[in-house]
Design a protein around this ligand. Structure first.
Ligand SMILES: [Mg+2]
Length: 185
């Protein structure tokens, strides 16, 4: 029974990779994974939740992915105004009010890019929305450390749950990926 619960929690919330920021995710990494497209969260993933526009570093990241033929769609739970203002100047496709972890918008992003779940990496800063949604759809999920620490109320609640799941992973030694080559997943 315990093993079953462990498998369920891991299956839903464990990302395939943890990184400190999106800049660790290079075109070479994406290609090395045999992937061709990225679905990424916006707030606290690409920039802080209160940063309206892409920084030069993020613009360069978009550019490098584009140069390497890697498609990007921003899928955000935030409103259209915010997401459109961020994406439009850089010709980045987006879906706002996505209601992650629901799969509908993620599926829509895949079909707009003409990609399958096998081809696509999902990047986000939250387990309860980004990783859960991506894992449910069978995407390769990468959890980034949030760009900014302060969050809105609903995110605060998600973070509390997230800490509990992370503690659970720690207690059960599920975070030592290098040593134990994912045999628990
Ligand atoms: Mg976020």
């Amino acid at each position: 029974m315990k093993k079953q619960l462990q498998n369920t929690i891991t299956h839903h919330f464990m990302p395939n990779e943890f990184v400190d920021n999106i800049f660790e995710i290079t075109p070479e990494l994406i290609k090395g994974l045999n992937k061709k497209a990225i679905i990424t969260d916006l707030d606290n993933t690409l920039v802080g939740w209160d940063t309206p526009s892409a920084t030069d570093e993020v613009k360069e990241w978009f550019h490098r992915m584009n140069e390497n033929g890697i498609k990007i769609t921003v899928v955000s739970n935030n409103n259209s105004e915010r997401v459109k203002a961020f994406c439009d100047p850089h010709d980045i496709e987006f879906i706002a009010r996505a209601q992650k972890p629901r799969r509908k918008s993620l599926k829509k992003a895949l079909s707009q890019m003409e990609m399958n779940s096998d081809d696509t990496v999902l990047i986000g800063d939250q387990m309860m929305t980004d990783v859960l949604g991506g894992n449910r759809l069978g995407l390769y999920t990468i959890l980034v450390v949030p760009v900014k620490n302060s969050d809105g109320m609903s995110t605060k609640i998600n973070r509390m749950l997230e800490r509990r799941v992370l503690k659970y992973f720690e207690r059960n030694n599920l975070l030592n990926k290098g040593e134990d080559d994912n045999s628990n997943i």
